[in-house]
Write a protein that binds this ligand. Structure first.
Ligand SMILES: O=P(O)(O)OC[C@H]1O[C@](O)(CO)[C@@H](O)[C@@H]1O
Length: 326
């Protein structure tokens, strides 16, 4: 079994994925298929880490009124369920996936977290960070903040993880991203839009995106990772500046691709893979994810081929890197 990881999902979601030919706003639409799944960024990260062989404990908050789908998913996956139950329902997020690959996300705010629930989470985190056995090797905090959890509170989680001497990988956006960076997050993964917001610009591409990613790393982040859909991934970290471009795939549903990237890249770092092999695996798995509803499947029959077709290059030296992580 590979390194144990603690994942904090502060704002999980039931994802209702709806496949339809073309969305006609304001009209009656007929769906082709619908699929309800336990999700949210932290839950998706946990799924991928488990598929890659890690022991995963998931904590955070779940509404006690509708936790059945989550309980069953965690049991099936073999994820240790350390989620705290709070009164109410976990939000349902709707994902409208049209035939041309366009996806419309409709995400709810989440269940209200009061001071008592927050203290319970801090207690749970401290127990995990100081456990004499099964202590995690890394902590991932992924997703938006539910009502009642301020960016400062997210910063408190990051600080506690860092004070315990563990890496904190954070995938969030807006003021929460600022707070995570200020608190010393080890790694952050905005997408290109979230990076533009962070950089105070309307949009970023090419050299401007690379420059903003450099600023992010220089904000004292060890690993700055930027996902940009079919344009690929920028990874500026301790192993240098890297870029990966995935092979073209038929996009069915892009939801979960970024979560797949975070999990698979952390896997590579924990397993001490070379930067090019780690980035190749993570980028290829993220491309695999967009071919269907849900996260990337490392057991896909053509996964080695997807890795082989992923172009990885070093930006600060200019040499093309080869090799795939088995
Ligand atoms: O926490 P946020 O930013 O609202 O995002 C939640 C959504 O993100 C996803 O995890 C995909 O990244 C979905 O499963 C979920 O509905």
């Amino acid at each position: 079994m590979m390194a144990p990881v603690l994942v904090l999902s502060l704002n999980p979601a039931l994802d209702l994925s709806v496949g339809l030919e073309r969305l006609a706003p304001g009209r009656v639409n007929r769906t082709r298929e619908t699929h309800l799944e336990a999700a949210g960024k932290g839950v998706n990260v946990a799924r991928v880490l488990v598929a890659l062989g890690h022991r995963v404990t998931l904590s955070g908050f779940l509404g006690s009124d509708n936790d059945g789908v989550f309980r069953r998913a965690f049991e099936t996956l073999g994820v240790e369920d350390a989620c705290l139950r709070v009164p109410g329902e976990t939000r349902t997020n709707v994902k409208l996936a049209e035939d041309d690959g366009r996806v419309t996300d409709i995400n709810g705010p989440g269940v209200i977290i009061d001071a008592e629930a927050w203290l319970r989470l801090i207690g749970e985190l401290e127990r995990r960070l100081t456990a004499s056995t099964g202590r995690p090797r890394a902590v991932v905090i992924a997703g938006s903040l539910p009502p009642g959890v301020t960016p400062d509170k997210l910063g408190e989680l990051v600080s506690r993880v860092r004070q315990a001497g563990l890496p904190a990988w954070v995938d969030t956006s807006g003021p929460a991203l600022d707070a995570a960076i200020a608190a010393g997050a080890t790694a952050v993964k905005p997408n290109e839009h979230e990076l533009a917001v962070w950089a105070g610009q309307s949009a970023l591409d090419g050299a401007a995106r690379h420059a903003a990613a450099r600023r992010l790393r220089d904000a004292d982040v060890e690993e700055a990772v930027v996902s940009a859909g079919a344009d690929g991934v920028l990874w500026l970290g301790r192993g240098g500046d890297w870029q990966a471009v995935p092979p073209r795939v038929a996009a069915v549903n892009t939801v979960g691709a970024g979560d797949t990237l975070v999990a698979a890249l952390l896997h590579g770092v924990l397993e001490e893979a070379s930067p090019d092999a780690a980035l190749r695996l993570a980028t290829a798995l993220s491309a695999e994810a967009v071919r269907h509803v849900g996260v990337g499947r490392p057991d896909a029959a053509d996964f080695s081929e997807l890795q082989r077709q992923t172009r990885v290059s070093r930006l600060d030296e200019g040499d093309d890197a080869g090799g795939a992580l088995a």
